[in-house]
Design a binder for this molecule. Structure first.
Ligand SMILES: [Fe+2]
Length: 234
């Protein structure tokens, strides 16, 4: 199983606060079946350029890797990525390739929590045209309410981007039907816990896996994982 969205790296963003916390998050994830975690610390262009971000990320990863090497328990593999927050001009940002997930041609793209305008949607398409990078849309479930009354989600999906949903999308009894239907329709390529810590935003894909299996069939989670593997080149 793959957790495609996590703030597992210590002391780099508002996620894990220490190597100890990261190890606990990794252990929890491993115990419910995760074997690969994509580490996706927040990238905000207003805070740093891609080089500085990658340098900070390398430092955090190195510190955690040392502790993982010493651990006497099996833990998931980590693939380095970023949760890249949309900014005006992103489709012309020459360093965007530094923010790709592992050795792939994908970025995990976070959009503003507001109604998107044409400029934003056009830029998503331009990222692909300009750099050959196909975005994986981070937690699509978290934007949907803001797009009510528009055809923005349909326009987005028509661009052949990939969809990542958060485990939380499947929690509310009223409202999860839409996401279960997306799973049934084969629209979902990745699931993420978006875990930040060990309590309020802990690794929580286990319940989501059970619910999807119950509502969408035995193969449904495997089908999503196969798509995730393909995206990651695994
Ligand atoms: Fe996130």
């Amino acid at each position: 199983m793959i957790d495609f969205h996590s703030h597992i790296l210590p002391k780099i963003d508002d996620g894990s606060k220490s190597c100890d916390m990261s190890l606990e998050m990794l252990k929890t994830s491993y115990d419910y079946g995760i074997r690969t975690m994509v580490a996706t610390p927040h990238f905000y262009i207003s805070q740093n350029e891609a080089e500085q971000f990658c340098k900070r990320r390398a430092g955090s990863y190195e510190a955690l890797s040392k502790r993982i090497a010493e651990a006497d328990t099996p833990l998931p593999d980590i693939i380095l990525g970023a949760e890249v927050y949309y900014f005006r001009g992103i489709s012309k940002y020459p360093k965007l390739d530094m923010l790709k997930i592992g050795g792939t041609d994908h970025i995990l793209l976070e959009m503003p929590f507001e109604r998107w305008n044409d400029k934003m949607l056009n830029e998503i398409a331009e990222i692909k045209e300009e750099f050959g990078i196909t975005p994986v849309m981070a937690h699509l479930d978290r934007y949907i309410d803001f797009q009510k009354g528009t055809d923005n989600i349909e326009r987005l999906l028509a661009m052949d981007v990939y969809v990542q949903l958060n485990a939380d999308a499947f929690e509310p009894f009223f409202g999860r039907g839409r996401y279960l239907n997306m799973v049934k329709d084969g629209v979902v390529s990745a699931l993420g816990s978006d875990c930040h810590n060990t309590d309020s935003r802990r690794p929580n894909l286990d319940r989501c896996f059970s619910l999807i299996t119950k509502k969408c069939g035995e193969q449904a989670v495997d089908n999503i994982m196969d798509r995730s593997k393909k995206l990651l080149g695994l």
